[in-house]
Design a protein around this ligand. Structure first.
Ligand SMILES: NC(=O)C1=CN([C@@H]2O[C@H](COP(=O)(O)OP(=O)(O)OC[C@H]3O[C@@H](n4cnc5c(N)ncnc54)[C@H](O)[C@@H]3O)[C@@H](O)[C@H]2O)C=CC1
Ligand SMILES: O=C(O)C(=O)COP(=O)(O)O
Length: 606
């Protein structure tokens, strides 16, 4: 039987492990536990971690670990590494050669060109303990396979920030003044002064899309060029923006206002093809776009159409959906008003030395069995605990994803997680909390979140997290859990509970995670795939109309439930969909008679 969750306001002031007067136990977290709130647990975690990382002995006869480097790494990093490891540098390996070479390595250091696939981990057969990525993005590393094989992946998230920002500024200037085209023309022996008249940057409006590490550095520099800087980032702090003299705006405001755009958001399901026909249609005619983020945030064909129509005057691209891209038939490469660079954002001598040192420090720490703040995945939980919590891990991540997807433009300030468990305060919530944070943060940042870095990342973003554990009855380790966010506003007003917070609750049945409550409404949804949510009046005809609208776009429905009516005559209907619902269809659904509001959960779970 489920014990109802206590009110948050009362328990947020409790401290970890403090018994409440009712005999329940609560755990509130206002700073990361990893750094000492639970020293005993932390020691255990470290032991588990060390055992996992150092499960096999080093591969060289002198007992020092062997580290294979497959891409050009800054010399200071290589020299530092040589002090504690046997270094093997082998550049330009084929996949088969890498699979062979990896058998003799304890660690591997790469940039973005080496594809660290499942086959690499299979070939290493558990002997590869650490993969170091000398840069931010780890999309070239199969993280699932790494974790399965007990291999820690670390990256270098900060040392190339300035380089990426500087490249953004370089492209911005080149774009405004046709530098690349004019240079090419002179190389061809021409003197075409009239053809390459540019536009000025001063007093123009630059919209920074994604105001994180790189975006804010671009903003700072653009202010120095005399530009008016605005930023769209639903999760950015108002204070940070104000301190830099940058105004935070909504997506549509940015589109309507900016003369220049500089893209700096991460590649996530939420940002994929964010710059599509709809977005270009809302832009000021003649806008210019710089992309130093990831190729996939732009719909290439839509940008080509916008360039053809003159809506976008020019674009500068450093990144591509596929790298290297296929030149033949590419809609953008080679156009007179598109300039391109081969993913050079991080390619300065200084940044490469910086990332080399940053990644080597992390690799050496990991090989020594220490916790690394740069860990991207970390199999720190004992296998039996992991097995027991596995279905709840999926639930926790799904609740985090669902909650953050319900947040409106203004973002949110704090997270509350409530667990109802027969174990009460003995429930080890670290993994579940980390997964909630992962679900939330991976929708909004480039960082890969795990048990090691979840609390630190949340804290570094200024998010307050509180946890409450309520003792419940029952057989399973967890009866239910909920996530609530202190958000200004929700995209789906029914998701806001009586206390004004975005609230989602779920449970696990027969090993499968289910969402059981959204705001004040009971629902019963398997946490998987994409789900269309509608709040509607209880009246006939709505289901059929929505079904037809989806069928019109060939969107297959895989399930449909209507939530029990909780208030008045309203209900929440959920429809599982197999493919993307186009924006205009979503809008049409919102206008169906009797539908009060609608929203879409994207890729909630596996
Ligand atoms: N071209 C290159 O060589 C390099 C590219 N990068 C790329 O630059 C981008 C930014 O990196 P960092 O600043 O280090 O990451 P970050 O995590 O510090 O910043 C990303 C920002 O985007 C915001 N964001 C998330 N979802 C958003 C959305 N839907 N709309 C607008 N903003 C959203 C986040 O709140 C965060 O503030 C990433 O895409 C990364 O892959 C980074 C380094 C080098
Ligand atoms: O750090 C990143 O995410 C980058 O995009 C830089 O990639 P690179 O190391 O230059 O291949």
């Amino acid at each position: 039987m489920l014990v109802s969750a206590p009110r948050l306001s009362r328990l947020q002031s409790s401290f970890p492990g403090t018994p409440t007067p009712t005999g329940m136990h609560s755990a509130a977290l206002t700073r990361p536990r990893i750094s000492g709130i639970y020293p005993a647990r932390n020691q255990v975690a470290k032991r588990v971690f060390r055992k996992t990382i150092m499960s096999a002995g080093a591969k060289s006869p002198d007992g020092r670990p062997v580290v294979l480097i497959t891409e050009k790494l800054g010399d200071p990093g290589v020299e530092m590494l040589k002090q504690s490891a046997n270094v093997v540098v082998a550049l330009g390996l084929s996949a088969a050669e890498l699979n062979e070479k990896i058998k003799g390595a304890d660690a591997l250091i790469v940039r973005s060109a080496t594809k660290v696939t499942r086959e690499v981990f299979e070939a290493a057969n558990g002997g590869l303990k650490v993969v170091g990525r000398a840069g931010v993005g780890v999309d070239n590393v199969d993280l699932g396979a790494a974790t399965e094989y007990g291999c820690l992946v670390v990256n270098a998230p900060t040392a190339n920030t300035v380089a990426a920002a500087e490249h953004g500024i370089a492209l911005l200037c080149a774009l405004a003044r046709n530098v690349s085209q004019a240079d090419a023309s002179m190389r061809a022996g021409k003197w075409e002064r009239g053809k390459y008249v540019g536009v000025s940057l001063v007093d123009k409006t630059l919209a920074i899309m994604g105001f994180g590490k790189v975006g804010s550095e671009v903003g700072r520099r653009a202010k120095g060029l005399g530009m008016e800087v605005i930023a769209y980032d639903p999760y950015a702090s108002e204070d940070k923006a104000r301190a830099l003299g940058v105004q935070l705006v909504t997506f549509d405001e940015a589109l309507a206002k900016a003369d220049f755009f500089s893209l700096h958001m991460p590649m996530t399901p939420g940002t994929k093809k964010m710059f599509n026909d709809d977005a270009f249609a809302k832009m000021k005619k003649g806008a210019r776009i710089v992309n130093v983020a990831r190729g996939g945030v732009i719909d290439d064909d839509a940008l080509a159409r916008a360039l053809d129509a003159g809506v976008v005057a020019a674009a500068a691209l450093d990144v591509f959906e596929e790298e290297p891209p296929k030149w033949e038939g590419h809609p953008l490469i080679g156009r007179p008003n598109v300039i391109t660079t081969p993913h050079l954002g991080a390619s300065t001598q200084e940044a490469q030395e910086g990332v080399a040192i940053e990644v080597v420090e992390a690799v050496v720490e990991a090989l020594a069995g220490k916790l690394s703040a740069n860990a991207v995945n970390a199999p720190m939980v004992a296998p039996e605990v992991l097995r027991e919590l596995q279905p709840y891990v999926v639930l926790a991540e799904g609740l985090g994803k669902a909650a953050v997807q319900l947040v409106a433009d203004q973002g949110f300030a704090d997270i509350n997680v409530t667990y109802s468990s027969p174990r009460g305060d003995d429930l080890d919530t670290r993994l579940l909390r980390a997964m909630v944070i992962k679900g939330i943060l991976e929708e909004i940042t480039t960082s890969t979140v795990n048990l090691v870095n979840a609390d630190l990342l949340a804290k570094s973003r200024g998010l307050r997290i509180s946890e409450v554990t309520v003792r419940s009855e029952g057989e399973s380790v967890l009866s239910s859990m909920s996530v609530s966010l202190g958000a200004g506003k929700s995209r789906f007003s029914a998701a806001v509970d009586k206390t004004g917070r975005i609230y989602v609750e779920g449970t696990v049945r027969n090993g499968r995670p289910y969402l059981t409550k959204i705001g004040g409404f009971d629902v019963d949804l398997s946490v998987e795939g994409s789900i269309l949510l509608c709040r509607q009046r209880d009246q006939p005809g709505i289901v059929g109309t929505i079904g037809m609208l989806l069928a019109r776009d060939n969107v297959n429905i895989n399930f449909m439930t209507v939530g029990r009516t909780a208030r008045n005559e309203e209900a929440v209907m959920a429809i599982g969909v197999d493919s993307e619902v186009p924006a205009d269809t979503l809008m049409a659904i919102g206008m169906v008679k009797g539908v009060l509001e609608s929203t879409l959960f994207k890729e909630l779970g596996a």
